[in-house]
Design a protein around this ligand. Structure first.
Ligand code: SF4
Ligand code: SF4
Length: 690
């Protein structure tokens, strides 16, 4: 009875302290913006794949498996912990023993996993203490962060040792008193053989000591977690459940801007639509934690500080200030700082500081290429680029603060419908000497619209790619058309540079034109425009069937419409650079590789390829601005990686990647020996059309 009483008191203290800690965190949610969820089935499926089966962490098999085993072990051991709590409260011994074989299985697997987890934790501690793993370091990783990680690992190790100790002395005691052993303990039965000479009283005493040590450690751990990076033990599953469901490359629409843009474009209709314009103006973008939505904040609470995101961030790899892990840690720290004052003084409280400027600098934000490598890598599905982009939106739309290169881009898009200073009337010059049908002059409806994109129309190098692509289309007598001077910039760069207003103006204008021609299918060579048209235009009413030219060409090859005799290109060593907005953003890795397989037999992969591919450095508006200071430019890092394969050709499938790779080859003085071609150019050469 005394044991039960003591247990009850310890449990109550634990629960009260835990509830207090959780309340503090959860009260801060009320100061964040609302965001609806929805799509329960898809969310459950993602949670099963990522949280339960650890799909993302297993992308890196060795360390991933160790982490996954620890996680699965925890889930199994949880059953035993629940039993201990009930036993502690009711004075019973192994209350779930009535489950028979199920109980035997759970006890046996818990016992084995206790050993596996202990060994894995020893390996993790060894890595942290004696191996210099880069991702565990960084300016944001203060000594307290490292101590926190080591403390948590040590407690987990102690938990496993006491669990094995408890089982071992229970088995030794049961043997000595001649009682049948309840449950199966494959590891502890072996360990118990060392204690068979111990008196039953002593074995029982050691069993009790381990039992209490184990349960008290669980209680202590549970109360340390909310103040530690290991809070993710609680938060990661809910975080995965609420994670982004749309393709990585898609950006969420700002409905508040849509209202403004519609009002500007068509005041009469907008006023007639009702009182939307009467709503109090909200701040565009994010300046402080109160501007974040609750999922952003949950993301920050779920961050394990593992640094996987930072270790793949092209900006960070090349020595820039940006670290996506720091973005999450800063968000959490800022809420912790201002949260108590918000509770005390209300949501309008202003302490003169903000997340942007005092924690996260403009230099960090503008270094991001929005490549989504961080989001792809994060084991708990945190969306770091969302916060970065929302802060850019604040800078651009509230404070008119953007790097000068981007300001020129905004002005050019607004005036010329392209990021460069060319006349919109020159949009068809790329096609000079070729027969390229204009939609306006077509008498029959084309099978698809060829979306040329601003780079295809104005970038000298990419104009050649467009020419190669239409030569293939003409060679196959395809029924297509282009918009010509009616086409305008998709708005992709404007959106990713934070100018949501300009993006939506471009998008709504283009959608109106496309709808006017009743366009259903669009093919484009630009993965950025592909992503925007496919994933983002639907939010503004433009739903089209959009295909990237890699997929389009792959289908032509697969259907036998294009047959290639492997000619002079067949012996060339080709390496493919995955464009972020085709690969990671939209999951298309195989189509360009299939096209290349039809061209050459010697396709070699770079060390970082497919979903692990390094960005070329041009995305997120970087193409049009000076790079932030660092040790190296991203395009040089990527070109060096491509050249390390010993390739003859770096193949690309994106205008921005092409510019970066071409510059990289020039920078490395390899223009003579290494060429950069788009897959359409290679195919066109293979067909003898070039
Ligand atoms: S999107 Fe890319 S550049 Fe930006 S923080 Fe993530 S990994 Fe770094
Ligand atoms: S954001 Fe994700 S990947 Fe980055 S440190 Fe946190 S948990 Fe790790």
């Amino acid at each position: 009875m005394i044991k039960q009483l003591i247990f009850l008191i310890v449990l109550l203290i634990t629960l009260v302290v835990f509830a207090y800690s959780m309340m503090r965190y959860f009260r801060y949610f009320e100061f964040t913006k609302k965001k609806p969820l929805g799509n329960l089935c898809k969310r459950l499926w993602i949670t099963t794949k990522i949280a339960l089966f650890q799909e993302k962490i297993l992308r890196r098999p060795v360390v991933g498996l160790m982490h996954a085993l620890v996680w699965w072990g925890f889930i199994l051991i949880l059953f035993g912990s629940i039993e201990m709590v009930i036993d502690g409260l009711t004075g019973t011994e192994k209350i779930f023993a009535f489950l028979g074989p199920v109980y035997d299985f759970l006890m046996a697997s818990g016992d084995v996993f206790a050993l596996i987890i202990a060994l894995a934790i020893l390996a993790f501690l060894f890595r942290r203490l004696f191996m210099h793993i880069k991702r565990f370091y960084g300016p944001e990783m203060k000594p307290v962060s490292k101590a926190d990680a080591n403390l948590a690992l040590t407690i987990i190790l102690a938990l496993m040792v006491t669990l094995l100790g408890m089982n071992t002395f229970y088995v030794a005691w049961a043997h000595r008193v001649g009682d049948g052993i309840v449950g199966i303990y494959p590891v502890s039965e072996r360990l118990a053989s060392f204690f068979m000479n111990m008196s039953p009283d002593n074995s029982y005493l050691w069993y009790e000591i381990n039992w209490w040590a184990h349960i008290v450690l669980i209680f202590i751990f549970a109360n340390i977690l909310p103040y530690s990076k290991h809070f993710h033990v609680f938060m990661s599953v809910p975080n995965v459940f609420v994670s982004k469901l749309t393709p990585l490359g898609s950006v969420e629409n700002m409905d508040s801007i849509t209202k403004e843009v519609k009002l500007m474009m068509n005041p009469e209709t907008a006023f007639a639509a009702g009182s939307e314009s009467d709503a109090p103006p909200e701040r565009f973008g994010v300046k402080d934690v109160q501007d974040l939505n609750w999922i952003n904040y949950l993301n920050s609470l779920s961050c394990t500080e593992c640094g996987r995101c930072t270790s793949v961030c092209p900006a960070n790899i090349t020595g820039k200030l940006l670290s996506p892990r720091k973005i999450m840690m800063d968000t959490r720290a800022r809420m912790k700082e201002i949260g108590p004052d918000l509770i005390k003084n209300g949501s309008d409280f202003n302490d003169g500081k903000s997340l942007l400027f005092n924690y996260i600098t403009e230099e960090e934000l503008w270094a991001c290429t929005l490549c989504n490598a961080c989001a792809q890598e994060c084991p708990v599905n945190i969306n770091q680029p969302a916060i970065i982009l929302d802060m850019r939106r604040y800078l651009v739309m509230e404070e008119s603060k953007a790097p000068s290169g981007l300001n020129s881009v905004f002005a050019n898009i607004e005036n010329n419908g392209a990021p460069w200073q060319f006349s919109p009337q020159d949009r068809m010059l790329w096609a000079e000497g070729l027969e390229v049908p204009l939609l306006a002059s077509k008498t029959e409806k084309p099978d698809f619209l060829l979306w040329v994109g601003s780079a295809g129309a104005f970038d000298d190098r990419y104009k050649k790619v467009m020419r190669s692509f239409v030569k293939i289309l003409n060679h196959l007598n395809m029924n297509y058309a282009v918009l010509g001077t009616e086409e305008s910039d998709s708005g992709d760069v404007a959106r990713r540079a934070g100018n949501e207003m300009l993006f939506q103006m471009q998008a709504l204008t283009n959608i109106e034109i496309l709808k006017g021609y009743e366009i259903e299918k669009i093919v484009t060579c630009d993965p950025h425009d592909f992503n925007t048209l496919k994933n983002e235009y639907p939010d503004l009413g433009g739903k089209f069937d959009v295909e990237h030219h890699s997929v389009f060409l792959q289908k032509l090859i697969d259907s036998g419409k294009i047959t290639l005799d492997k000619g002079e290109l067949s012996g060339k060593k080709i390496t493919f650079h995955d464009p972020c907005y085709l690969g990671r953003a939209n999951g298309e890795y195989e189509a360009p590789r299939s096209v290349l397989k039809a061209i050459s037999s010697v396709n070699i992969e770079m060390p970082r390829n497919k979903s692990f591919a390094l960005c070329c450095g041009a995305g997120g508006g970087q193409m049009f601005k000076e790079a932030e200071k660092g040790e190296k430019e991203v395009f040089i890092e990527r070109t060096e990686e491509a050249l390390s394969t010993g390739c003859d050709i770096i193949a690309t499938a994106c205008p921005f990647c092409m510019t970066m790779m071409t510059d990289g080859i020039k920078y490395k003085n390899k223009e003579e020996s290494v060429k950069n071609y788009d897959i359409a150019e290679l195919l066109s050469m293979g067909l003898g059309l070039a």
